[in-house]
Design a protein around this ligand. Structure first.
Ligand code: FES
Ligand code: MG
Length: 583
């Protein structure tokens, strides 16, 4: 960046190159005003002038249990920024609490991405530290920062401690679903439920299974935008504060080296992130988020990339919901650096990260300490990556299934559909014995996609009918245009595109229609004649729009389908945004 006034106020080398110098440098009225207002903030000139300004974007909130420690952790980030000769400014940004925000934080991912981009652009900022981790906050922060194009380091919130109940270990999400099914089957009483309520989530931090949070923070580390090893450090471990301080120091260093996010977020980096996510047996949500993040980086990532890469990597992390262990076990088994050594052959080792000139150097000292948690290549959990991409007349633009978390007998299955037109109807009627649902039926949920949900809620793991649970049935084929929590499991076909709400073929399914799922062949088919489908399509009428005004109306107008990442069209498209002239 050049100094519009053409002078460097304090004569320090490189100062005039700082973006923030446009605000503070030179002899004009504006710079005088900006300096006076920084005195008002309580800082002496020598505390900030000529120093890289680091925006610390903090998603802390009283309502977000996964980020409740980030208020304190921001102090460690600032400590690191100061140590390295930078000047930190903390920005409180929107919090996306997976637990509390309705209808789903997915509705607001793009809002946080916009906030991130515009704050970084409109304030005197040279670089950023992005603090997040609860599910959508990771892609949101990185999408916005990628569009802003500044140097940035991501600080993952870190997983919470393992849950406990009596003598057993509990995984957040995963064991909640499991014990709720046990409760519905009549096997868990009120007293046990109260104990579970106390034991499921026992510290600050993100879900400690390989759910969406752990998947996306691992993807961020693989992309190369974190301190190495950051993503699995437990939220309350003192190592987490040390990592936060190191991230602050690194952010200043990145500004000095002018190493910006776009130089890190290459096609190679995204392919590596896809490989890591698939080999981790990670969340299906990563498919949508990585496609959207790549789009902001000018990289066209597609569902076909996921399917292609899935065939090159086995699943090696024995983590719930697909496996046995939790994130703390993964951390002490070597964490992501150790894990990446297991798939070194498919990675692009010559690309840069924020911490090292090449990924090769970053992984040079990495080791796996526990081959039960991080399996060797010759003892994988599954021979192929954890997510399969399906095509067929029911999902012309694709669908996904996390087949490693399903009962294998269902991976090739034909059965009659039981159609629920929306989530509320499904909730109200799923236990109704008169529906005559058998274990062979295929449960179909409509209108739960990006526009229909709205926000593509995590409805995709449809509950099983109570009478089948009582008979011991624990999995069935379920299909929808919804997403599924990364901590969920089952033979659930998700992200069907185009969605039913805009007239995708899923809208045309009727109860009794045979549906065939064949994961090995990567197909999902509605077994009715084309002519009948065409007749139903001609008779289909679009439902009314969900929102008449406000953010929801903007969302409706701009949201793209799951196969292209559910970004807003006006944010995803290319083109330049001018930097504000601050002088
Ligand atoms: Fe926040 Fe799971 S609810 S990470
Ligand atoms: Mg989740």
């Amino acid at each position: 960046m050049t100094d519009p006034a053409g002078t460097a106020a304090d004569g320090l080398p490189g100062v005039a190159r700082l973006r923030s110098h446009q605000w503070f440098g030179g002899g004009g009225l504006r710079a005088f005003s900006h300096r006076a207002r920084t005195r008002q903030l309580g800082y002496l000139p020598e505390e900030h002038l000529g120093k890289p300004v680091i925006a610390v974007l903090n998603t802390w909130s009283d309502v977000n249990p996964c980020h409740i420690h980030l208020r304190e952790r921001a102090q460690a980030v600032k400590r690191g920024v100061w140590q390295a000769g930078g000047f930190p400014l903390e920005f409180p940004v929107a919090t996306l609490s997976e637990t509390f925000q309705k209808p789903t934080p997915m509705l607001y991912r793009n809002l946080l991405a916009m906030e991130t981009e515009e704050l970084l652009r409109s304030y005197p900022v040279d670089g950023a530290v992005l603090m997040g981790g609860c599910d959508k906050s990771t892609p949101a922060l990185l999408m916005g920062a990628a569009s802003a194009g500044l140097p940035a380091v991501f600080v993952p919130a870190g997983p919470m401690l393992p849950g406990h109940w009596r003598r057993g270990v509990l995984g957040s999400g995963t064991d909640m679903w499991k014990y709720w099914d046990e409760r519905r089957a009549g096997l868990i009483g009120d007293a046990e439920l109260a104990e579970l309520e106390n034991g499921l989530a026992r510290s600050p931090g993100t879900c400690m299974t390989m759910g969406t949070a752990a998947t996306l923070t691992a993807a961020a580390e693989t992309l190369g935008v974190t301190v190495p090893g950051a993503s699995s450090i437990p939220a309350v471990d003192s190592g987490h504060a040390r990592m936060a301080a190191a991230s602050g120091r690194l952010s200043v260093d990145l500004v000095r080296r002018d190493l910006r996010l776009p130089a890190i977020l290459s096609r190679e980096a995204y392919e590596d992130a896809v490989a890591a996510v698939l080999a981790l047996g990670g969340s299906t949500n990563a498919v949508i988020h990585l496609i959207a993040m790549a789009g902001r980086s000018g990289v066209r990532l597609t569902l076909d990339d996921f399917d292609r890469i899935a065939r090159t990597v086995p699943v090696l992390a024995d983590l719930r919901p697909g496996g046995r262990y939790l994130m703390e076990d993964f951390h002490f088994a070597g964490g992501l650096p150790g894990f990446l050594t297991r798939i070194r052959d498919v990675l692009h080792l010559d690309r840069p990260t924020v911490a090292h000139p090449t990924l090769r150097e970053q992984l040079a000292d990495a080791l796996v300490h526990d081959s039960a948690v991080i399996r060797p290549r010759d003892r994988p959990l599954a021979a192929e990556g954890g997510v399969a991409v399906l095509r067929g007349n029911l999902c012309p633009d694709g669908a996904v299934i996390k087949h490693i978390a399903a009962e294998p007998r269902l991976l090739r299955h034909t059965g009659p559909a039981v159609v629920f037109p929306d989530y509320r109807t499904m909730q109200r009627t799923i236990d109704d014995p008169s529906l005559g649902i058998t274990p062979d039926h295929v449960l179909v949920l409509q209108n739960a996609g990006p526009r229909g949900g709205p926000g593509m809620p995590e409805y995709g793991m449809l509950p099983l009918p109570r009478h089948l649970l009582e008979q011991g049935v624990r999995d069935m084929v379920r299909i929808s245009d919804a997403r599924m929590s990364g901590t969920s499991y089952g033979a659930c076909v998700l992200h069907i595109a185009p969605e039913s709400y805009i007239g995708g073929p899923l809208a045309l399914v009727r109860s009794g229609d045979p549906i065939t799922l064949d994961v090995a062949a990567r197909t999902l088919r509605l077994e009715i004649p084309d002519a009948e489908l065409a007749r139903r399509r001609a008779a289909w009428t679009p439902p009314p729009e969900r929102y008449e005004r406000g953010y929801g109306a903007l969302y409706n107008e701009q949201i793209t389908q799951a196969d292209t990442g559910c970004d807003f069209a006006f944010l995803a498209r290319g083109g330049d945004t001018p930097d504000p002239y601050a002088g």
